[in-house]
Design a binder for this molecule. Structure first.
Ligand SMILES: NC(=O)c1ccc[n+]([C@@H]2O[C@H](COP(=O)([O-])OP(=O)(O)OC[C@H]3O[C@@H](n4cnc5c(N)ncnc54)[C@H](O)[C@@H]3O)[C@@H](O)[C@H]2O)c1
Length: 320
């Protein structure tokens, strides 16, 4: 199957991630079925989709009349058969437990067409384990989104030991065709790419604070108003490329021995500090208290500000 032939998508599991995927696919004009275990869960999915779409309307990312069209394109169901029988692409976003993922895949295989592609949103499990008992493991990949998938373009595709090259290529092309930015892990790796990068940086964030070099507020500020603002535009290798007339090669030379001295002084521990939240929570509370009113002083206000800014950045990236 070619990526351009995919018109019918099933989202299996309609929680935080599944509901957001459903909006993503429906916004791109695809026919979506949304499966969950009971009507109560489906009602929650519906409420979450409406809330997300209201935010998009509120920030003028979509027109008000599009909201109803998008919602109407998502067909909720508690019947797995109905959800997957006509699906060409299945996005699984069930609970993060291996035995549940394996049981969902077994149910899907009972009813799905033999050439349907299967992508698991798992954040922490390996696709090779999920497909251990599958009849068609070659059609399955890991496809880890960033929350919320309908806004954040990244999707990390993992090729498991049994995923075929053709499946990986079609899944990759499909995501790209709907405006996602797919990256490919040709081998499985815990934490995939983006979460490993985040955690590597977070180790240094924690270490700088624990060592008394700077406050929680200042380490956040250094990130947001320094590298973070550039990282919203270009990746780290590109930042190196543009940072020196000699390009990345010139920058590596310039960093030279200093870089090695910094690396030797940086954290390398493999267990996060046990008392980190006791240290960091008061720091974060203070940081929120210091924000200007337009950013907000509560979690809810800061989340609304983050989403508004995210939508503006995505518009600049021509992703909305
Ligand atoms: N939350 C995140 O930030 C995030 C980000 C990326 C990936 N993920 C991954 O996405 C997946 C879903 O995470 P979430 O945060 O949406 O969880 P969630 O708990 O919000 O949603 C899980 C949904 O699966 C449903 N469910 C339960 N049993 C099921 C079954 N047998 N078949 C089908 N559906 C079933 C639940 O009713 C619920 O609606 C997980 O694998 C998680 O690792 C989460």
């Amino acid at each position: 199957m070619k990526a351009s032939e995919i018109r019918n998508v099933a989202c299996v599991g309609g929680g935080v991630i599944g509901s957001s995927w459903a909006i993503q696919y429906a916004m791109k004009g695809l026919n979506v079925t949304l499966y969950d275990i009971n009507d109560e869960q489906l009602a929650k999915s519906h409420a979450q989709m409406v809330k997300s779409l209201d935010a998009l309307v509120g920030h003028e990312a979509i027109a008000a009349e599009q909201k109803a069209e998008i919602v109407a394109r998502v067909h909720p169901t508690t019947s797995m058969e109905e959800a997957v029988k006509n699906a060409q692409f299945i996005q699984e976003s069930g609970p993060e437990r291996l035995e549940i993922k394996q049981s969902i895949l077994a149910q899907v295989e009972q009813f799905a067409s033999a050439d349907a592609l299967y992508a698991s949103s798992t954040s922490g499990l390996l696709i090779t384990k999920i497909v251990e008992n599958a009849a068609h493991p070659e059609r399955c990949v890991g496809a880890h989104p960033y929350n919320p998938p309908h806004l954040i373009p990244l999707v990390e595709i993992t090729q498991g030991e049994k995923s075929s090259d053709e499946t990986v290529r079609t899944v990759y092309d499909f995501y790209q065709s709907i405006g996602k930015e797919a990256v490919l892990l040709r081998r499985e790796c815990p934490g995939f790419i983006a979460n490993r990068l985040q955690l590597a940086l977070y180790r240094e964030v924690q270490d700088l604070v624990v060592r008394g070099v700077c406050s929680v507020e200042d380490v956040d500020k250094a990130l947001v108003y320094g590298p973070g603002i550039r990282w919203a535009i270009f990746g780290h290798n590109m930042i190196m490329q543009m940072g020196n007339p000699g390009g990345l090669t010139g920058m590596v030379k310039m960093l030279g021995n200093s870089g090695d001295v910094w690396l030797a002084d940086m954290a390398s521990w493999t267990h996060q500090p046990d008392n980190w939240s006791e240290i960091a929570q008061p720091g974060v509370d203070e940081e929120m208290a210091h924000f200007p009113d337009y950013v907000g002083h509560t979690n809810e206000e800061c989340i609304a500000y983050r989403d508004k800014m995210l939508i503006e950045i995505l518009k600049l990236h021509k992703k909305l």
